[in-house]
Design a protein around this ligand. Structure first.
Ligand code: SF4
Length: 68
């Protein structure tokens, strides 16, 4: 899994941080999303998928990468 964020779309709602705090954070100054881990481990995939699904700005994209 590879996670991409679009800081231009993000409206700082923070839902992603609540869903997956190990993967997403927010900038202190304006609340815009910060990506902490672009390739999260399998244990976090469900939370990341949920974060992408609930993001009100559709600022999170999840790419499935090949299993090795
Ligand atoms: S849920 Fe979406 S809009 Fe809200 S902080 Fe995260 S990326 Fe930004």
């Amino acid at each position: 899994m590879r996670v991409l964020i679009d800081q231009d779309k993000c409206c700082g709602a923070g839902s992603c941080v609540l869903s997956a705090p190990d993967v997403f954070d927010q900038r202190d100054e304006d609340g815009i999303v910060v990506l902490l881990n672009a390739e999260p481990p399998a244990a976090l995939h469900e939370a990341v998928e949920e974060a992408a699904a609930i993001c009100p700005a559709a600022a999170i994209t999840v790419e499935q990468t090949e299993r090795v």
